[in-house]
Design a protein around this ligand. Structure first.
Ligand code: MG
Ligand code: MG
Length: 272
């Protein structure tokens, strides 16, 4: 069942979204050469506790994981793309780190992710991150009232292909609201004009993720961490978005260092 949210409920999700955006921006600054992934995880735990927010990841136990998740972040390095378990690993120059986080505040949830290069990046990795960010913005722009879910999926898939990347359809975006994962599934490829009608009040997480040279994945033995099947590097970008009568509203925008609403981790879209 798909629950459409009132304007007031979307406003409450935006409170959680603002916190998620601010904390993700902060964590992307914490990530640096020589920093241990567990330090980033503990930094986030402190901030979440201080805010009185609740991690949606802690104790999360879907069918594919091995036991409940006991972290507040997914930290996926290099060929790891989704659900990376924070562990004792010190970041190295050139690592590609994806940080994914979902929290609830007063019962309403927001979910967002970004990818950053630690230290000096490989241009091919920068291009990969740019592709997920352009795909995310293009997907958001397609999330118009009166449109169809397939418009979003098709827009994301088109950007991936324009950059020369394949799309894995097993994991994608999702409805979100009172809980982290609600209907519908938002695939990262599809056909425009098909699928669920986008009504005002629909709230979804849109999350393109691509691998440099494959659309196949494999799971680590921990049952959580998802990697590219061929070991190539991967990137992931995600926002929580509400469909409103006047268009899509991004609830997890990150603040710029100067306090403006511009997103510091977004680069201008350029041709592939
Ligand atoms: Mg997420
Ligand atoms: Mg998500």
């Amino acid at each position: 069942m798909i629950e459409l949210k009132s304007a007031e409920e979307i406003g409450r999700m935006a409170v959680a979204g603002q916190f998620v955006g601010e904390l993700l921006a902060e964590l992307s600054g914490v990530a640096a050469v020589g920093v241990n992934l567990m330090d980033i995880e503990h930094h986030a735990r402190r901030r979440i506790a201080e805010r009185g927010a609740e991690s949606c990841y802690w104790d999360y136990a879907p069918s594919f994981g091995r036991g409940p998740f006991r972290n507040v972040l997914c930290l996926s390095v290099n060929d790891a793309v989704l659900h990376g378990l924070p562990h004792d690993y010190v970041l190295r120059d050139g690592d590609l780190l994806s940080i994914d986080m979902a929290v609830g505040i007063d019962g309403w949830v927001a979910d967002s992710a970004l990818s950053v290069i630690v230290g000096t990046g490989d241009p091919a990795d920068e291009k990969l991150i740019e592709a997920t960010e352009v795909a995310l913005e293009t997907g958001i722009a397609a999330a118009q009232p009166g449109g169809r879910l397939g418009d979003i999926s098709a827009a994301i898939g088109e950007v991936a292909r324009s950059y020369g990347y394949g799309v894995n359809a097993e994991f994608g975006g999702h409805g979100i609201g009172r809980t982290m994962h609600e209907a519908p599934h938002v695939a990262n490829t599809g056909r425009a004009g098909r699928g669920l009608k986008l009504h005002p009040g629909l709230t979804i997480a849109i999350e393109p993720w691509f691998c440099r040279s494959t659309d196949k994945i494999r799971f680590d033995s921990d049952g959580w961490t998802i990697r590219s099947a061929d070991g190539s590097r991967t990137a992931h970008s995600e926002h929580t978005v509400a469909i409103t009568p006047s268009g899509p509203r991004v609830l997890t925008r990150r603040p710029a260092p100067d306090g403006s609403s511009a997103d510091p981790t977004r680069k201008p879209a350029t041709a592939a």
